[in-house]
Design a protein around this ligand. Structure first.
Ligand code: HEM
Length: 370
């Protein structure tokens, strides 16, 4: 019984024993004694109730199940973890970034001092800053490795082109995070490196000069440049990345992941209609399906309803083929009939139909089939 249903039935039970009693004894004691019977602490039971209530409103279990218990293709390997690894680093950057922002001052005169204070005096400051700094490089490396995996496994092809395009935008935004973050310590190195990067941007065709002006917040590199980089680094770009990761994952769950090329190469050509991918994974990929970490080898034999579905599909294909064959033969028959009839008409006088009711159904002198 779901938590919500249980709660409802408990309320009904307590109300069923009379109004006065219901007022004197609300639903709570019943639930608590039940929790006691199960050896569950009151606090834990309350937590479960709250979780059940939230779940019934947002369907978190459904979303979680779709994400975590989806079927993955046969041959899925460690290379498929690179996207999740990139996502993990992004989450780590967001968390460490929040802590760094508690001590950082985005001002041209105080930025460097605030970073020095954070590194040398704040508890674990150097560690958190180190995580954020190394995490930035690691995210760039992982994103390229993930992109290489999707490229070499042919995952950019139909129907996943849009996810590839979203990925390209994510790659650009991740490099923008690197560029905008590099200036923030505002030491000699970050200052001059950003000037060089900005000049390179300005040399770009058509939009280059405008983009460089936008980043600099004017024609000259100034204190406002730092504020602009800080706003982009703190809010605009991470917000866009988070939203795009959401869209990226939506497509991963909706379309399923691509089987490795060596698994696909083993299949006879055309045995994996792409429409089946919409179900999360093609049927042929069901051989070994890890569900929550366990490999369900039994899935190699399709379940009964799956087999039924296959049989129905085979019947449908047969019927379609038969129809097509008929259609290919059909036009010749009426033509032949019409010719025969025309020949008969020349020799024999026209006879009225035996049953007048049948008359309209008869293809009269080949007109119907012309
Ligand atoms: C912030 C950056 C990114 C994150 C967090 C991310 C995350 C993920 C995750 C978790 C998956 C599913 C598991 C996997 O295949 O690894 C995935 C799949 C995919 N990603 Fe990314 N990704 C990012 C960037 C990119 C980039 C730069 C590209 C390409 C330009 C890309 C293209 C794809 C494609 C095409 C798939 C589908 C893979 C398949 O069908 O097998 N992603 N991504």
């Amino acid at each position: 019984m779901s938590l919500l249903k249980r709660k409802k039935s408990e309320t009904a039970e307590s109300n069923g024993s009379g109004d006065a009693e219901a007022v004197a004894k609300p639903a709570k004691p019943g639930r608590m004694s039940q929790a006691k019977d199960l050896g569950v602490h009151h606090g834990t039971q309350a937590g479960i109730d709250v979780a059940g209530w939230v779940d019934s409103r947002v369907n978190a279990t459904g979303i979680f199940t779709a994400m975590m218990s989806r079927h993955v293709p046969k041959g899925t390997n460690w290379f498929y973890t690179l996207g999740s690894a990139t996502m993990f680093i992004f989450a780590m950057q967001a968390i460490t970034g929040v802590f760094l922002s508690m001590y950082y001052t985005p001002s041209a005169t105080q930025a460097y001092a605030s970073i020095t204070h954070l590194t040398n005096e704040v508890f674990m400051g150097e560690f958190v800053r180190g995580l954020h700094k190394w995490g930035a490089s690691l995210m760039i490396i992982l994103i390229f490795l993930h992109m290489a995996r999707t490229f070499f496994f042919g995952a950019y092809k139909y129907p996943r082109e849009l996810n590839w395009v979203i990925g390209v935008v994510l790659l650009i935004l991740t490099t923008v995070m690197g560029l905008t973050g590099y200036l923030l310590p505002f030491d000699q190195r970050s200052f001059w490196a950003t000037i060089v990067a900005n000049n390179i941007t300005a040399s770009g065709p058509i939009v280059g000069p405008y983009l460089a002006d936008f980043l600099r917040a004017g024609p000259d590199f100034s204190a406002t440049t730092l504020s602009r980089f800080y706003a982009l680094h703190m809010m605009v770009v991470p917000g866009l990345i988070a939203a795009l990761i959401g869209a990226h994952l939506f497509f991963v769950v909706k379309l399923g992941t691509t089987a490795p090329p060596w698994v696909r190469a083993g299949r006879p050509k055309g045995s994996r209609p792409e429409e089946e991918v919409t179900a999360g994974v093609a049927k042929e990929d069901f051989d070994e399906v890890p569900v929550n970490g366990a490999v369900v080898a039994a899935a190699a034999a399709p379940p009964v309803d799956e087999a039924d579905a296959d049989a129905a599909e085979a019947e449908e294909v047969e019927a379609k083929e038969a129809e097509e064959t008929e259609a290919a033969v059909a036009p010749e028959e009426p033509a032949q009939e019409a010719a025969e009839e025309a020949a008969a008409d020349e020799t024999a006088p026209e006879e009225p139909p035996a049953d007048p009711a049948d008359a309209p159904d008869e293809p009269g002198e080949g007109e119907v089939n012309q």
